[in-house]
Design a protein around this ligand. Structure first.
Ligand code: NAP
Length: 525
């Protein structure tokens, strides 16, 4: 089916006068289909429809919403090759990567459907009344999580499926019972429209309110700003740059009614490789490190942009292997010319910093948004003095910090900003030191890994894809995994509310058979 270039608001597709087009990052050519630029009027319309839909959508049963999520997964899959081809043209990501990302997106929808069907996520806590308590009778109080309100989601450029229109922010908000308005990323509007059409198809197969989902497209900041400022919007999910995210965060917090803003900005994901962690495997370490660094042309928020090593025979071997292997590594095409320009500026800046030296680079890819892989080195003393060396290089570029001893390694750990992940490579030869390093690094990140690489983020119940500012705006939350639902809920307590009025999860005769805490005991009935 040809793309329409329209938005979806309340299951209707709308268009307007001004248009923009996607650009093929390999060739620089405009791609087929012009997309309507969203206006302030569209933002207002989507927000008020979402507010209207919220009343019914938030009261739907979790099972109904689970069915909706499974239908979305089916419809996305039904888009077949059309989706993969368009996403490939708009992002230059290879087909195998997009197939994996589609599978991850659909699995994520099904994971949330599972937790909705199971039901305990509402965290029902019941404290029954005690009229005989002295000096004051104890009331009947019951609490649970309930939906926050309409949510705005900013689709990310680097995951056109898994962190975009039907990505983690959208699915966790819909699961919670919140209508979602997506501001599509302007670099992949065709992909966004296709996924939105799948969501609308799924929505039409249910009796859920039509205002539960909307997509607005546009290449100007205005739409995002209008949506974040709209009084009917009650939370925002964002993945992207610190600069854009911080501007929107400030807007969300300066409203008459400030709202939660969940920004995920990425980080440099340091890897601390102790000499015993490199051991006799410097060759394999270099291969695996380069694979992680260049995965998705380095455009992962979990890209390991910082490697911290200690001068030793092992680290010398590692540097040699990195030097030779990266030179031979093919370079890729970045997601957009904007991202390539940012990276070029960041690399120019890095080249001018005290003590920073280029170790190795690969041959440049000559496509329109082509780039080349690079590894730099810097001494620990220069690194700890220069906070700007901690800025994310969004692409296949890494900085190796060389420490002369363990004390310097600990100083690097102390100087680090908040991160999404930190990794330690070690065989635990000195358990005490590794424990100290782990304790220090755990205070800086949302996920701590041993002897692995941070780029893969498992979608599961225990995952934390979050971390301390500037990696995210709220270190208490995650944007991947089922716990992400709690970003879009609030706890509500019902005191002495009649059984007939209480939500199902809090009634005495609980028909849901979910685990609840009743008078201090966990009970499934
Ligand atoms: P971005 O510039 O942060 O844009 C993300 C979204 O925010 C887009 O929808 C953009 O749409 C909107 N936006 C940007 N500035 C805004 C503003 N001042 N007010 C309101 N909305 C605004 O991200 P990007 O385009 O994907 O890439 C740019 C850079 O972000 C990259 O070079 C990289 O450094 C970083 N990045 C990091 C990650 C990560 O996971 N770590 C992921 C993606 C990007 P409009 O332009 O239409 O307003």
């Amino acid at each position: 089916m040809p793309l329409s270039g329209c938005y979806y608001i309340g299951t209707e597709s709308l268009s307007c006068g001004q248009k923009f087009s996607a650009v093929n990052p390999k060739t620089g050519e405009f791609l087929e289909t012009e997309f309507s630029e969203g206006t302030d009027k569209h933002a207002q319309l989507a927000a008020s429809l979402a507010a209207e839909a919220f009343i019914d959508f938030s009261q739907t049963s979790a099972v109904q919403r689970a069915q909706f999520l499974v239908l979305i997964a089916e419809e996305i899959f039904n888009l077949g090759d059309e989706l993969l081809l368009r996403a490939g043209l708009e992002t230059a990501l290879p087909r195998a990567r997009l197939e994996n990302e589609r599978a991850r997106t659909c699995d994520q929808l099904k994971l949330f459907a599972e937790i909705l069907n199971e039901g305990s996520w509402v965290n029902a806590i019941i404290d029954t009344a005690d009229s005989s308590r002295k000096p004051v009778a104890k009331p009947d109080t019951r609490s649970m999580h309930s939906a926050l309100g309409p949510v705005v989601v900013f689709g990310a450029s680097n995951f056109p499926l898994a962190f975009s229109v039907a990505g983690g922010d959208t699915v966790s908000a819909l699961a919670a019972g919140c209508p979602v308005i997506v501001k599509g990323h302007p670099a992949h509007p065709g992909t966004s429209e296709l996924v939105a059409s799948a969501i609308i198809k799924a929505l039409k197969k249910t009796t859920l309110p039509s205002g539960a989902f909307a997509l607005i497209q546009g290449s100007r900041h205005l739409i995002g700003e209008s949506l974040v400022k709209h009084p009917d919007i009650k939370a925002v999910g964002f993945t992207g740059s610190l600069k854009a995210g911080r501007a929107l965060y400030d807007l969300a917090k300066s409203r008459v009614e400030p709202i939660p803003f969940y920004g995920e900005f990425g980080s440099i994901n340091p890897i601390f490789a102790l000499p015993d962690g490199i051991g006799t495997n410097a060759d394999k370490f270099a291969t695996d490190y380069i694979a992680s660094l260049t995965l998705g042309v380095g455009q992962f928020c979990t890209n390991p942009g910082l490697l911290v090593i200690q001068q030793s025979k092992q680290s010398e071997q590692l540097l040699k292997h990195l030097l030779h292997k990266l030179k031979k590594m093919p370079s890729g095409t970045m997601l957009s010319i904007n991202i390539q320009t940012h990276l070029n500026d960041e690399v120019k800046f890095l080249n001018k910093q005290n003590g920073v030296k280029l170790l190795t680079e690969s041959v440049k890819n000559t496509s329109f948004a082509g780039t080349n892989n690079k590894i730099y080195t810097v001494a620990a003393q220069d690194f700890v003095k220069n906070a700007q060396l901690q800025e994310e290089l969004f692409g296949p570029v890494s900085l190796i910090v060389i420490c002369s001893n363990r004390l310097e390694m600990m100083q690097v750990a102390t100087a680090l900003n908040g991160q999404l992940t930190v990794t330690i490579h070690t065989m635990l030869e000195d358990l005490h030191y590794v424990q100290q390093l782990t304790n220090k690094l755990s205070q800086r990140a949302g996920r701590v890994l041993f002897n692995g690489y941070p780029t893969g983020v498992e979608v599961c119940r225990s995952m934390v894809h979050g971390g301390i500012y500037p990696a995210t705006t709220d270190s208490r939350t995650t944007s991947v995994g089922s716990e992400a639902i709690y970003r879009f809920t609030r706890q509500i307590c019902f005191q002495d509310v009649p059984q007939k009025i209480l939500p199902c999860a809090l009634k005495n005769n609980n028909p849901l058979k979910i685990c609840r805490m009743i008078d201090g005991q966990f009970i499934t009935n």
